[in-house]
Ligand binder design. Sequence first.
Ligand SMILES: [Zn+2]
Ligand SMILES: [Zn+2]
Length: 578
Amino acid sequence: MSERIFIGVAWPYADGPLHLGHIAGAYLPPDIFARYHRIKGNEVLMVSGSDQHGTPITIKAEQEGKTPGEIATQYHQQFLDSWQRLGISFDLFTNTSTANHAEVSCDVFLTLLHKGYIYKATVSQPYCSHCQRFLSDRYIEGTCPYCSSSGARGDQCDECGKPINTVELVDPRCRLCSTTPQFKDSEHFFLKLTAFEDRLLDWVRKQTHWRPNVLNFTTRYLEQGLKDRAITRDIEWGIPVPLDGFGDKCLYVWFEAVIGYLSATKEWAKSGGDEERWRSFWQGEVKSYYFIGKDNIPFHTIIWPAMLMGYNDNLNLPYDVPANEFLTIEGRKLSTSRNWAVWLPDYLSRYDPDPLRYLLSINMPETGDTDFSWHEFVRRNNDELVATYGNLVHRVLTFVYRNFDGCVPTHSNYDVLCKYMDDLSVDMYKLNLNIDESTANMIEAAKEAFRSIDMNLSQCHFKQAIMWAMHLAQDTNRYLDEKSPWKVIKEDRQAAADSLYIALCMISHLKTMLSPFLPFSSQKLHKLLGFKGNVEDDGWQPHIPLPGQKLLSPEPLFTKLDEWLVEEETSRLGQIHG
Ligand SMILES: [Zn+2]
Ligand SMILES: [Zn+2]
């Protein structure tokens, strides 16, 4: 029975290129998850888009002497290019500048207003007398009232991850000129989060399947009590407040950006010709997953659920929010301003996508921060991808290709074997299977890997899942060393064919198991093994090659990397270019 899965992915700000922290935190995990569910035959919708409003964009535009729209379009195009080259398989990656997004956002705003969940209040807003403007969130810096970190912004503290109301900031300064802002009255709209406190707590306490970091953070946050939050700003770049007399104010970017999950689904439905189809991913039997970095947790476990509760009771709340921790770079906290980051477009201009996908999967910051280093990148590529998996594939395919006329050999017990391999639940001891113990163990290991990867992926345990696949590759190497078909073939051609056939089956299993993680090399292996179409078309099951199946001329799946790149790449870190 197929499931329906909605995957919402954090909306990147279109104010700069993506870096590996983004990818490990919020973009690779949902792609693995989406590919896994698609190959299982489930219905998947994965959406996101670039967040084009708000002060990050206007600040960047001012710095570069461009319009905010030019900046937003430039990075949106770059994101699309990066997704394609890294293989991040969105069903729709849109942006917040569309008319559809403005329409849906205004509908949510007006509905919440009519229902009394949004109210108007006069607030004193920071105003820079030197710059002669109201200073919204990111134009103010100061000290965090919660953790006393000095680099907090007017909207959030990156150090402790807590959202901040600008007035709470200690020692506020204008970002542009360092003047201490004055406060001036301005009329704004507020989201009545306090009205949802009890409902949210009831709901969150039932989410025992959430990752402990997400559940604990959210529960603690709720127990401390919520505060109503301003949802409009004195800013020109954004979606104007849809009420007369407020034309000089816009919806606060965080408020409209989270609505993107819903508006993107509506856009996807419209572009598919069935406007009402968005409902199939928001109502009824569908599980909604939101993939984000840990700095985004409260927006997805508290604020967005509150907005949904208030807007329309019939829309699904998040089923899971598998937020990742952070990726450090060479042992230090990633910093874009200090250029202590590995930029995705740079990476993709020099290396293949799968080695990065591999490293970030097996070293994913799921339960704690993890580190990226170029040394580790080279080591994992050479010792694991190339030596364990790639060489296994290459030596089997080359040997078979040369010694069996470029075709898959026939196993002496093929009929019974395929009955057994085809069905994960068949107990081999009930079949009259004439195979030796190490072959039986090999097949059992493959079945266990399939089951374990399945279970781990369904629970968003990506690191565990890919480790199971790599163990199977190691087991297959050991099996081949023991069987030594390259020696055996001289005396007993059929015995060599039998062990090689088993090895080909294992390789074929590996291309399926690894396809959510390593889509490019899995597809390549699919073709090398002589299969037609796409690797994901064959489903999540042991998929064994037919005896006589024609192989393609073997090519290595991965390339060994030179140690010298470590020094070269590391020296780029922290360099600021004019
Ligand atoms: Zn100023
Ligand atoms: Zn803080």
